[in-house]
Each structure stands twice: as C-alpha cells, then as structure tokens.
Design a protein around this ligand. Structure first.
Ligand code: 13P
Length: 284
C-alpha cells in the first residue's frame, strides 16, 4: 500500500474515538518493528522521524527503508517529520517523499508561530502532504528542542482556536501538561483546556509526551479528542535495553543478528501494547 498522509487516518480516529500511534523510529530495525506491529494488529500507523534522525541518516536512507516495507504492507502508513523548526529541512522531506510534516514554531511569539505554520501549510498542501503545528511549550527534551520547566506553558484556548482557524493545520498539538522524556512525578494534565479546545475545533489533536503516561490518562485524552499519540522515549529505551540485555545474557556469543533480533522483539512488544491501548487495532 503506498504511503498516505495523516488526513484520512486521523479524521477517522477523531470521529471514531481512538488514536493512531506515532512512533519515532531510529533505523531500519525500528521502522520494521513499527510496521510489523501495525500489520499484526491491522492498525493504521505513523512512522515518525525526528529532525536529528533525518540529518543523521539523510532522507534517502529513511525513504528507502519505509518504501521497502510499505510496498508489501496492507495497512495505511504515514511518514511524518516530528518537531521541526527548519523550513529548509521541511521542504527537503516533502521533496524526498514524507507524507506529513510538523512545524514547531512554538518558541516564537504567537503571530510569528502563526505565520511560519501557515507558510508550511502553503508549502505542503499542494503536494498532498499533511501538517501538524504546535502551540504552547511542551516541557522536556525532544531532539534538539529543549524546554525547561520554568519556560513551559500551556496553550491558551482562545489563541488555540484563532491558530486553528488561521493556520488550518491537519493536526494540532496544544501543550496541555504532558512532557517529552521521562516524567519526574505524576503529570498534571489540563483536561479542561483539552476539552475546551477540542470542543471548538474538529481538527484532530496530537498528544505529545506519550512515554510514561498511565493507561487512564491516554484513554481520557483520546476520549476528549486526541487522535494521534506520540511515543519516542519508550522506543529509545527498548532499542538500547533490548540490545544490551541480550548481550549481557549471552556475552560470549558475539552474534550481531541475534542481538538485532532481540532488539526488534523488545521494540515490537511495546508498540503492540500501545496500539492496543490507543484503540486503533482493527481500524486499518
Ligand atoms: P516521549 O518521548 O515522551 O514519548 O514523547 C514523544 C513525542 O511527543 C515526540 O514528539
């Protein structure tokens, strides 16, 4: 099945009260784990790449992994660029074949964020590429975007509605109290804001900072309008722990393919659990 953009899958998810998992991949093995998990559960899925990962491998390598796997796949797959501040990299990904991109101009003043996000929609839409845009500041570290706790702020509902009307993104990421990375305490989610924003716009909402959220938090956010859930840190841990634990248990073996297999098993187990939790199994 050819790559899709996020429009159809997120529209159906918002309408149907479930969410599509967006998983940050790191290499071919993790890309394969995401797509195989989605296949096993017959779920639509979003392969997400951080800007850093794109710069590390180059667009050609990533597109070739995804194309190879998507070719034989029976489920809808989108390839999405996660948090990107650089319009040139966004243009490069669109040109290379990404079906979706995120502009993160959330650190800029409101009017500038509005104008940059609109610019990306103008670049992407004629090419049938969907756009996610962010408002507010999500605490934590994602790629090379660092937001300290004192600088984090929630999306203002009035601004959020103006932003959605004027930018018209395909997916909206308002900061609602979740964080990238590992939670230090119990996160305080601003459900009231999420409900207010989702009540005033039909645009599917992205829930960032998925790693470490409790099952009931996911369920509540999804019931309030989150149609895309981002998972990155959990995959980074599985990627490294899967590898290291296998090697520690077989430290005289030195069989790289066995280690890669163990890493794949650790990745796919977590992805399957998430897809089931988000309710997108069987929705392909
Ligand atoms: P986590 O790293 O907390 O899973 O967040 C992922 C994310 O929101 C990527 O944009």
């Amino acid at each position: 099945m050819p790559l899709e953009n996020m429009k159809g899958m997120l529209g159906a998810a918002r309408e149907g009260g479930y969410a599509v998992g967006a998983f940050n991949i790191l290499d071919y093995n993790s890309t394969k784990a995401v797509i195989d998990a989605a296949e096993q559960l017959y779920a639509p899925v979003i392969i997400q790449t951080s800007a850093k990962t794109v710069i590390f491998w180059g667009t050609w390598a990533i597109i070739s992994w995804v194309k190879k796997l998507e070719w034989s796949s029976k489920v809808p797959i989108a390839l999405h660029l996660d948090h990107c501040k650089d319009l040139r990299l966004i243009a490069e990904c669109i040109e290379a074949g990404w079906s979706s991109v995120m502009i993160d101009a959330s650190a800029k003043p409101f009017e500038e964020n509005l104008s940059l996000s609109r610019q990306v929609v103008e670049m992407a839409r004629p090419k049938n590429v969907t756009v996610e845009a962010e408002l507010g500041a999500i605490v934590g570290v994602e790629d090379d975007i660092h937001v300290k706790e004192q600088d984090a702020h929630l999306a203002d509902p009035e601004q959020a509605i103006k932003f959605c009307k004027e930018v018209d993104p395909d997916c909206f990421a308002p900061a609602i109290g979740t964080a990238h990375g590992v939670y230090k305490g119990v996160p305080k989610i601003a459900y009231d804001r999420l409900e207010e924003i989702a009540g005033k716009t039909p645009i599917p909402i992205a829930l960032h900072g998925g790693t470490g959220l409790a099952d009931d938090v996911f369920k509540k956010c999804i019931s309030l309008g989150c149609a895309k859930v981002n998972i990155s840190t959990q995959l980074k841990y599985a990627f490294i722990d899967g590898f290291v634990e296998y090697h520690n248990a077989h430290n005289t073996q030195y069989n790289p393919l066995k280690v890669i297999e163990a890493q794949y098993e650790a990745l796919i187990a977590g992805i399957i659990e998430n897809i089931n939790l988000f309710g997108s199994a069987g929705k392909a």
